[in-house]
Design a binder for this molecule. Structure first.
Ligand code: TYD
Ligand code: MG
Length: 460
């Protein structure tokens, strides 16, 4: 019975099929389904009832009450403040983090810097590179000025060998596996990078982390073509999923947690890629609004929030007469459905017609806004670009637009306005309610309907 079951697995989401198909029904990906050997230990679907009679009797275990004394999770501070902010105050002992991102975004750079920072404060750190030779990693560390740090280094890809090595002596505080897609386990007969291999390796490493108390960071490349399994196939197994984002045209990178069993998921860490590695950006608002054109219509500063941290961002709109029968609506960094909604409200309650115009909306610096609080700023830049009236460059805007045309209050207004005041802004266009705790130095201009906003911009 050594014959192996053949299965077809989507390399993007891990869905399993009995035969090959061009499109994955589960995630909608095209050409992502590849043939693999079924893992020997996995139960064969449909065989459960047949095997039930042979199943050995289970061992009963003790159930516990939900209430009970549990010590606060012990954490290891990495020493990189922006990283620690995203993890929720350091790496929890015995936890496994997945750091995902596009190839070349700077994952290895970030993690070698974090390793060195932890090692310099006395932590035992092991960095396993499956992609680069030790000489390459060493060269990079030298370029980053970290060559002197006591990080233990290896270029290995076999998970059993890695765990055997790590299990000798005292457990390290932090183990970096760069990347999970290059790892392979000899217990599984699929090629490295396939869903079965990636899952099996992640499982072994998670078991190692739980039993030894070491924090394990798995690096995962986000893949678009599905040729190798994406980090999504292990997302459900790990304790935290952190993505490292940014685009090639900009120097800054954002670290964001999308799942975290030990901390918040709405914090971001901001870094700038420099010639000497990643530098932490302590005041991101200043970075994101720097270098803006202060004498152009169609731009405004939105006072946003990322988690507990206020962040000022520049939003830009271009409204231009269209030659097309269906004018273009292009949105980068914001939700196109919200653009449609704001345009409908401006039309219905502000009597502004955008029908014959192409509209482009952009959030400067490659940022992505998800808050409804940006509605009012979006409405303001659309009006500004359509009518050619400038929004004064000492003004920030924040508020949510309702379908009735009313401007609704937003949360954490005091923090947003304090950030604006700190960065030298003098005025804020805001909803009429929810302004408790606003700093004294800021001139608040409240608008209660979209009609108020139109009138307010027409005046200036
Ligand atoms: P890397 O950390 O290798 O990316 P990943 O591990 O996510 O694939 O980063 C590679 C990019 O970073 C590369 O294009 C060069 C750039 N880089 C710098 O700009 N400055 C530096 O000091 C370093 C080390 C890399
Ligand atoms: Mg790398």
């Amino acid at each position: 019975m050594a014959r192996h079951e053949r299965i077809f697995v989507c390399q993007s989401c891990g869905a399993v099929y009995g035969r090959w198909q061009g499109k994955c029904d589960a995630c909608g990906g095209w050409n992502t389904v590849a043939e693999e050997n079924a893992p020997r230990t996995a139960p064969v679907p449909g065989a459960a009832s047949a095997g039930a009679s042979q199943r050995s009797k289970g061992r009963p275990f003790q159930l516990e009450a939900l209430q009970g004394a549990t010590a606060e999770a012990r954490r290891t501070i990495s020493g990189i403040v922006e990283f620690d902010r995203v993890t929720g105050g350091g790496f929890v002992k015995g936890s496994v983090l997945l750091v995902g991102g596009d190839p070349g975004i700077g994952k290895s750079t970030l993690l070698i810097q974090a390793s060195a920072a932890l090692a310099s404060s006395g932590g035992r750190v092991v960095y396993i590179s499956g992609e680069e030779a030790t000489a390459q990693v060493r060269l990079r560390a030298e370029r980053l000025g970290l060559a002197g740090s006591s990080v233990a280094l290896a270029a290995e890809t076999n998970v059993e060998d890695i765990i055997a090595t790590l299990s000798r002596g005292a457990a390290p505080h932090l183990v970096i596996i760069d990347s999970i897609q290059t790892m392979w386990s000899s217990l599984v007969e699929s090629a490295p990078g396939t869903v079965t291999q990636v899952r099996a390796c992640a499982q072994s490493l998670i078991r190692y982390a739980k039993s030894s108390g070491a924090t394990v960071i798995l690096v995962g490349h986000v893949t678009k073509d599905g040729a190798i399994a994406g980090p999504r196939v292990v997302e459900h197994m790990v304790d935290a999923v952190i993505s490292f984002e940014g685009d090639g045209a900009h120097h800054f990178r954002i670290l964001r947690a999308s799942k975290n069993r030990f901390g918040p998921t709405d914090e971001i860490g901001v870094f700038e890629m420099t010639g000497a590695g990643l530098a932490e950006v302590a005041n991101p608002s200043a970075l994101f609004i720097a270098g803006r054109d202060q004498h152009a219509a169609g731009a405004a500063i939105f006072a946003g929030m990322e988690g507990t941290r206020p962040l000022l961002m520049e939003m830009q709109a271009l409204v231009a007469p269209s030659a097309l029968s269906t004018p273009r609506r292009a949105v980068v960094g914001w939700d196109s459905n919200r653009l449609a909604m704001v345009l409908a409200v401006l039309d219905a309650h502000g009597r502004l017609k955008f029908g014959g115009y192409d509209i482009y909306l952009n959030v400067a610096g490659g940022l992505r806004i998800v808050e409804p609080a940006a509605d009012l700023a979006a409405a303001a830049i659309l009006i500004s670009s359509l009518t050619g009236t400038m929004i004064a460059n000492d003004t920030v805007i924040c508020g949510e637009v309702a379908l009735s045309g009313a401007i609704r209050p937003v949360g954490q207004m005091a923090a947003r306005l304090k950030e604006a005041s700190k960065l030298g802004f003098a005025r804020a266009i805001v909803p009429a309610a929810g302004l408790e705790g606003a700093p004294a130095g800021l001139d608040l201009e409240s608008v209660s309907t979209i009609g108020d906003l139109v009138a307010r911009l027409a005046r200036s």
